[in-house]
Write a protein that binds this ligand. Structure first.
Ligand code: GLV
Length: 383
C-alpha cells in the first residue's frame, strides 16, 4: 500500500473513497476556477531563504491565535457539508483538532450540529456564522454557539450570494444524495463511506433542520443560499452581531485593503484574509498575493489570519512570514477525513506540522513566533 506522505497523497485516496459529488464539492472553485488555482500557484512562486550553520535545536511551533494557545498556528477552516466527506465528519475533525491542540471551526452549513460537536469535545471550538434573512434563526444560532461555549464567532462576509461551481451543478449536489441510478452506482463503489453513513443518523444540515422555520430546498446548497441568505448584509450588521455574541469575533473573507481597514474599525479580534478558497469571485487575486499589503495596512490594529491554497508546511511558513499571525487549512483536512476519517485529519495536521518544523529549521529559525518578511527570497521570482 502507498504511504501517505503529503497532502496530495491524501487527496488521491479521498478521491477513491468519497462519492464523486462530495469530493468534487470540496475540490471546486467558482466558474473557471482561476482563483482557486492561483491560490496554490502563487505560493509556489514564493521562495524561502535558506540559511546554514545556525543552531537548530529546541524548535517551537507553539503560538497564539486570538489569545488562545495553539500547538501550531494552523486551524481547521469552516467547510460546508463536512459530514458528507465521511460519516460524522465534523465531530471527528473537531476531536482531531482538539487532540492536536489547534482550533476547529464549525460551519453553519455543517452536517453535525453545534450540539453534536459539543457532545464529543471538551475544549471550546469556534463557530462560523452565515447570516440568513430569518433573523430569529440567526439569533438562535448565536445563542446556541454561546450555550455550547464556543470561544469565537467567525462571521463569513464574502458569501451572501453563491459563486457558481460548475461541478456541483453537473453532479446535482445534495445532502443526502438523491437516489438516482448514477449516484447509487457511484456510492456502491465506496463501501466504507456507505457503511459509515448507514451507521449514523447525521445525513443532513443539522444546524438548520428542526431549528429554522419554512426550511425550503435545503438539500441543494445553492437553492438554500439563494432563498435564505441575506444579500443586504452590511457593515452595520457586524455591530449587532458582535453585541449579541459578546465574545471574540473574527471576520472571514477580507481580500481588499479598504475592507481590511473597515474590518479593523469594527473592533473585531481578527480578520481572515480569504477568497473562500477560490469558490466565490473567480478572477479575484490569490490570498497570498494580497496578504502583505493587508498586513501592512492593519496588522497593528487587528490580528491578521489567512487561508487559501495552503497545501504544505512550507506554505504555512510563507504566509506567516508575509504577515499572518494564524492560518487555516480547509481542503487538506477534508482530504484526510475523506481518506481515513479522524486519523486522516490528524495525519493531515501532522504532515503539515513536520513540514513546517523542518522548513523553519532550514530557514535558520527555531521559534515560529520569530518569522518575518526577511525570510522570503527577494529574487526575480518575486518581481
Ligand atoms: C460554502 O461555504 C461553500 O463554499 O460551499
Amino acid at each position: 500500500m502507498r504511504l501517505n506522505l503529503d497532502i496530495a497523497d491524501l487527496k488521491a485516496l479521498a478521491r477513491r473513497r468519497v462519492p464523486k459529488m462530495f469530493f468534487d464539492y470540496a475540490d471546486s472553485g467558482a466558474w473557471t476556477e482561476s482563483t482557486y488555482r492561483a491560490n496554490e500557484e502563487d505560493f509556489a512562486r514564493i521562495k524561502l531563504r535558506q540559511r546554514v550553520l545556525v543552531d537548530m535545536t529546541n524548535r517551537s511551533l507553539q503560538s497564539t491565535m486570538i489569545g488562545e494557545t495553539v500547538s501550531m498556528p494552523v486551524g481547521l477552516a469552516p467547510t460546508g457539508s463536512t459530514g458528507m466527506q465521511h460519516a460524522d465528519g465534523e465531530m471527528l475533525a473537531a476531536q482531531a483538532a482538539e487532540e492536536f491542540g489547534v482550533p476547529f471551526t464549525l460551519s453553519t452549513m455543517s452536517i453535525c450540529s453545534i450540539e453534536d460537536v459539543a457532545s464529543v469535545t471538551r475544549k471550546p471550538f469556534w463557530f462560523q456564522l452565515y447570516v440568513m434573512r430569518d433573523r430569529d434563526f440567526v439569533l438562535g444560532l448565536i445563542d446556541r454557539a454561546k450555550a455550547a461555549k464556543c470561544s469565537a464567532l467567525v462571521l463569513t462576509v464574502d458569501l451572501q450570494i453563491l459563486g457558481q461551481r460548475h461541478k456541483d451543478v453537473r453532479n446535482g449536489l445534495s445532502a443526502p444524495p438523491k437516489l438516482t441510478l448514477k449516484n447509487i452506482l457511484d456510492m456502491a463503489m465506496r463501501p466504507r463511506w456507505c457503511a459509515g453513513m448507514l451507521r449514523t443518523e447525521r445525513r443532513t444540515f443539522r444546524n438548520i433542520v428542526g431549528h429554522a422555520k419554512n426550511v425550503g430546498d435545503l438539500a441543494s446548497l445553492s437553492s438554500w443560499t439563494n432563498e435564505q441568505f441575506d444579500p443586504q448584509l452590511s457593515w452595520k450588521d457586524v455591530a449587532w452581531i458582535k453585541e449579541r455574541w459578546g465574545g471574540k469575533l473574527i471576520l472571514k473573507g477580507i481580500l481588499d485593503v479598504e475592507d481590511a481597514r473597515m474590518a479593523a474599525d469594527t473592533g473585531a479580534e481578527a480578520i481572515i484574509v480569504s477568497n473562500h478558497g477560490g469558490r466565490q469571485l473567480d478572477g479575484a487575486p490569490s490570498t497570498i498575493s494580497v496578504l502583505p499589503d493587508i498586513a501592512r495596512a492593519v496588522g497593528d490594529r487587528i490580528e491578521v489570519h489567512f487561508d487559501g491554497g495552503i497545501r504544505s508546511g512550507q506554505d504555512v511558513l510563507k504566509a506567516l512570514c508575509l504577515g499572518a499571525k494564524g492560518t487555516y487549512i480547509g481542503r487538506p483536512f477534508l482530504y484526510g477525513l475523506g481518506a481515513l476519517g479522524k486519523p486522516g485529519v490528524k495525519l493531515a495536521l501532522d504532515i503539515i506540522r513536520k513540514e513546517l518544523d523542518i522548513t523553519l529549521a532550514l530557514c535558520g529559525k527555531r521559534d515560529i513566533r520569530d518569522v518575518g518578511p526577511d525570510m522570503i527570497h527577494r529574487g526575480p521570482a518575486m518581481d
